[in-house]
Design a protein around this ligand. Structure first.
Ligand SMILES: Cc1cc2nc3c(=O)[nH]c(=O)nc-3n(C[C@H](O)[C@H](O)[C@H](O)COP(=O)(O)O)c2cc1C
Length: 191
């Protein structure tokens, strides 16, 4: 699948078939994540592949609702064959490598940015292999870290179910803002 086609046809998947996802396939999508760019190549990301039902159930229980509707990703996490949890080592991305290890910009720790790049590689690779994903950001990160025994100095950033979609997603399901609304020339707001 061409990159542009993958970008345009990927959609969040929240219902999955019980069909197992083999280790080789999981490795392929993690390999795509591994090749993402990162601050000074620091690669602060870590990935936990969760297959056991108890782990998935506990992660699903850590998911929170951000609107008056329940977070539909919780059931996906409970029922999907695999969940990939993205963690980050803190104080690496965006920091000077030499002492004193201060933030190099006024934007602090860039771990969210680097992990997002890796995750986007992962979800696009998954989509190109016929697998579905959905970013899950609304969860209690401390609770997730405790469930997964994530050590101090690291945090849990995001997770995604990984499995074969129950149905083909409707590509146009979620519209996007027009380019004219989000793209400017020379100065912010200039069209
Ligand atoms: C940072 C981030 C966090 C998200 N968290 C959740 C979530 O907790 N639950 C959920 O169902 N979807 C979540 N989503 C998925 C978005 O709702 C979805 O990407 C968006 O509505 C666009 O739809 P599409 O992915 O099908 O194009 C998240 C997406 C991002 C990028």
């Amino acid at each position: 699948m061409e990159v542009l086609e993958a970008i345009k046809t990927r959609r969040s998947i929240r219902k999955y078939k019980p069909t197992p996802v083999d280790d080789k396939t999981v490795e392929l999508v993690l390999e795509a994540a591994r090749w993402a760019p990162s601050w000074a190549n620091t690669q602060c990301w870590r990935f936990i592949v969760v297959r056991d039902s108890d782990g998935k159930n506990r992660l699903a229980d850590a998911v929170i609702a951000v609107s008056d509707r329940p977070n539909r990703a919780a059931d996906a996490i409970r029922n999907v064959p695999v969940v990939i949890v993205a963690c980050a080592e803190l104080g690496r991305s965006g920091y000077y490598a030499r002492e004193p290890r201060e933030a190099a910009t006024d934007k602090g720790d860039w771990y969210m940015f680097d992990v997002a790049l890796a995750m986007q590689n992962l979800v696009l690779a998954a989509h190109s292999l016929g697998l579905g994903t959905v970013y899950v950001g609304a969860f209690d990160a401390k609770r997730a870290a405790s469930i997964l025994q994530v050590p101090q100095g690291f945090c849990v950033v995001a997770m995604t179910p990984l499995g074969y979609p129950e149905a083909e997603p409707e590509v146009k399901l979620r519209a996007r803002k027009e380019l004219s609304e989000i793209g400017f020339y020379d100065k912010f707001g200039l069209k």
